[in-house]
Design a protein around this ligand. Sequence first.
Ligand SMILES: Cc1cc2nc3c(=O)[nH]c(=O)nc-3n(C[C@H](O)[C@H](O)[C@H](O)COP(=O)(O)OP(=O)(O)OC[C@H]3O[C@@H](n4cnc5c(N)ncnc54)[C@H](O)[C@@H]3O)c2cc1C
Ligand code: SF4
Length: 336
Amino acid sequence: MRAFDYIRAETLEQALLELGCPDSRALAGGTSLVDLMKLGVEAPARLVDIGSLPLAAITLGQSALSIGALASNSEIASNETVERLFPAVSQAILAGASGQIRNMASLAGNLMQRTRCPYFRSTDWPCNKRQPGSGCTAASGSNAHHAVLGVSASCMAVNPSDLAVALLALDAEVHLVGPSGPRSVPISQFYLLPAETPEIETVLRPGELITQVVLPRSNLAAASTYLKLRGRASYEFASASIASAILVEGGAVREVAIALGGLGVVPWRDRTAEAELIGKAIGRQSIERYCDALLAAASPTKDNAYKLDLARGAIHRCLDPDRARDDVTARGSSPE
Ligand SMILES: Cc1cc2nc3c(=O)[nH]c(=O)nc-3n(C[C@H](O)[C@H](O)[C@H](O)COP(=O)(O)OP(=O)(O)OC[C@H]3O[C@@H](n4cnc5c(N)ncnc54)[C@H](O)[C@@H]3O)c2cc1C
Ligand code: SF4
């Protein structure tokens, strides 16, 4: 592990000043960054600890909920307002990591965590994301857990954040502050496709910090849920996941929001595919049309093509009321 300077920022102004120095990196809970530094994957010269900045508040306003960048994943998941008005957020967090990690992990750190591609996490292999221009070992190697949507010849690594998927379905805005002042970006524009530059993952500029995420209140958000399919029941990243919310009026879909995890190089949402559902009755046919539109652009390999079926299954399970009732019956409870 490379030696580094450690600076504890006492104020936001100091943090921004320190982050302006070359090769500096913000440190929040450290559950991702320190891990990668131990592996030799990340090697910043300076760590700016932002952990004591006053950026952890969760505040409900008339039209939106604001969650501070340093609110811990545990605090967010167990917040009564989040559970009630944005249930997919709470469920997505609880589907990830472990209790201990969620206690340390911050909102911003979760959104900025890097891929779990094993070739990225080991310095023994070529990897365009870790070392631009070195090649993508996953393309010809083991890629069963890699992305089927948004991939490029340069990189096919999945974005690992469960929380980002829920925030994408709920139209969150990411608030940033940096040397040129504050700005905000819809989360749908926060993550970048790998294209030729997989090492550039977000629109965050050098020296910028996430300060908060703002979630608009709506009936749709209050109806949201999160389903995660994974190789084992806990402590595992998504093979496929879905944050969904649907409002039906007079038997037809009035509003819908669906975001997917585990499938894309970025948290994935396709509003054109969602439009297939608007005005239709929810049933197997309309859901299949949504799935066809969503997955038309997929480019699976022979090892990860199973994700297409997994995604269809997850989407049916979340959206189809009959299927949901079947699931409950299969577990032995009587449906309401
Ligand atoms: C064993 C294990 C299992 C896990 N399982 C899951 C899972 O199933 N699902 C899931 O979603 N996650 C999972 N995680 C990831 C976990 O959620 C992240 O490690 C955690 O959220 C990172 O938060 P942190 O505060 O510790 O970030 P840090 O490690 O402190 O930072 C991570 C990155 O974020 C940057 N950063 C931090 N704060 C800011 C800010 N305010 N502005 C700009 N950049 C910032 C840092 O510079 C760094 O690049 C798992 C982690 C582990 C170790
Ligand atoms: S998929 Fe991306 S992260 Fe994985 S080896 Fe290829 S370039 Fe690296």
